[in-house]
Design a protein around this ligand. Structure first.
Ligand SMILES: [Zn+2]
Length: 106
């Protein structure tokens, strides 16, 4: 079954996602921004599997999510208050992030 995003909304400082298989995810804004997969932030490994994270400077606005856009039915493009919006968070990537934080939530 193809994974689809059933619902997305902001709750406090978290992005709450519900998937077509009824799995729910609550991802904190700061966590999401630090995991930004765009080239500038270097969030995902390159084709050789190397992860070289450049120095990224954040401000308070960097961790404020102002909105998002669904892209091609496979990703979310998140818009941050500091103007950054080049990160495409694929559904697969969001699911992996969710697994990374699983257990931390109550
Ligand atoms: Zn980025």
């Amino acid at each position: 079954m193809r994974l689809e995003l059933a619902n997305a909304q902001m709750i406090g400082n978290e992005l709450a996602l519900r998937w077509s298989d009824d799995v729910e995810a609550y991802l904190g804004f700061e966590f999401l921004r630090r995991a930004c997969p765009c080239a500038v932030c270097g969030g995902e490994p390159d084709v050789l599997g190397n992860l070289i994270r450049p120095e990224v400077t954040y401000t308070r606005d960097s961790f404020v999510l102002t909105g998002w856009q669904a892209v091609g039915g496979y990703a979310l493009q998140l818009q941050w208050k500091d103007g950054h919006n080049s990160g495409l968070y694929s559904f697969d990537y969001l699911r992996r992030l969710n697994s990374a934080v699983a257990g931390e939530t109550k």
